[in-house]
Design a protein around this ligand. Structure first.
Ligand code: FE2
Ligand code: FE2
Length: 332
């Protein structure tokens, strides 16, 4: 089958799922009037009590360790590059919002997803600003650079690769935000714990949606779906912010990832666990009637998590402390 033909059939499969998406939109996205907004978690600057509320946040935020702040900034920068993710989602075949305000189910999903995600960067950005703990300009420069550099998860415009990537990535961000929240609570910053929890809840719902979409693809087109899953895993799922820089530091993403690994916010073990979750969730081992190539991909996928687990067990992270412009060049 030529590349073109396989793309055309993917387009058709995605279109054939559209009715299913329409039926499930109301459970996968939250109605706006039931949705949280960033200001629900921040001091009300129109009230007399704003100074007290702000003082409380700043007092508690003093206790956040520098290394946790660095991970939180990296997560916030990742969320703030949302324009790149929406542009990418809109390029996937069959998903594209043809007019920009199309009433197709896929277009409603992609705009709904984007508007829910938009609150994540917004809330984390305002929170970090209010803490007085970070060099906001350095952080903003990083966001500026990241959107400038773009986002290329190596999926091309392929919707199957796209949904495998997002299924993985939403679960990864859920894990990361939850762990930051857990560590924030440990340091006594209960507001940050709450903020990370509410964001992780969105990521969990989005994870469920993308896994469900991909499950429908597995039903309709198992051979191409399994080949795509194995292809995506061989390409490796890079974090969306892997091109981040503050304009000075070319290795900023690696340094940030190392701190996240060290704090056990997001680790090689998590990577292995996510693979297992997807392989089990899509019931990869039970898929029958595969071509030779697809059966090979199935074998590869079914043992992949174990191989990453072994790698995680051997992994040591005895790196030197590195400085971050986000916290005024202090080292963590
Ligand atoms: Fe998010
Ligand atoms: Fe997300």
């Amino acid at each position: 089958m030529s590349e073109e033909m396989s793309n055309a059939s993917r387009f058709e499969i995605i279109k054939s799922i559209e009715g299913f998406v329409e039926e499930n939109l109301s459970s996968l996205l939250k109605p706006v009037n039931e949705s949280w907004q960033p200001s629900d978690f921040l001091p009300d600057m129109t009230k007399e009590s704003w100074q007290e509320e702000l003082k409380d946040i700043r007092e508690r935020a003093k206790e956040i360790p520098d290394e946790l702040l660095v991970v939180l900034v990296g997560d916030m920068v990742t969320e703030e590059a949302l324009p790149s993710y929406q542009a990418w989602l809109n390029r996937l075949e069959g998903i594209a919002d043809e007019t920009g305000a199309s009433s197709s189910a896929w277009a409603k999903w992609s705009r709904g997803w984007t508007s829910e995600e938009n609150r994540h960067g917004d809330l984390l950005n305002k929170y970090l600003y209010l803490t007085g703990r970070v060099d906001m300009r350095a952080v903003e420069v990083t966001v500026h650079h990241l959107i400038n550099s773009g986002f290329d998860p190596k999926t091309g415009n392929d919707p199957y690769l796209g949904f495998i990537y997002t299924s993985f990535q939403e679960r990864a961000t859920k894990i990361s935000h939850s762990n930051v929240g857990r560590l924030a609570k440990k340091s006594g910053e209960i507001l940050l714990h709450k903020i990370c929890g509410i964001i992780a809840g969105d990521e969990a719902r989005h994870e469920r949606a993308y896994k469900l979409f991909m499950a429908k693809v597995f039903e309709a087109d198992p051979v191409q779906a399994i080949l795509s899953f194995s292809k995506m895993m061989k390409l490796k799922v890079t974090m969306p912010a892997n091109m981040m820089t503050d304009g000075k530091d070319k290795n900023l993403f690696t340094k940030f990832s190392n701190v996240a690994q060290r704090l056990e916010v997001y680790t090689v073990k998590d990577y292995a666990d996510i693979i297992k979750n997807l392989v089990d969730g899509w019931n990869i081992s039970a898929i029958k009637g595969l071509s030779d190539a697809a059966a090979k991909a199935q074998d590869y996928l079914c043992t992949l998590s174990e191989r990453y687990q072994a790698l995680a067990n051997r992994f040591s992270f005895a790196g030197e402390a590195e400085k971050f412009s986000w916290i005024y060049d202090r080292k963590v």
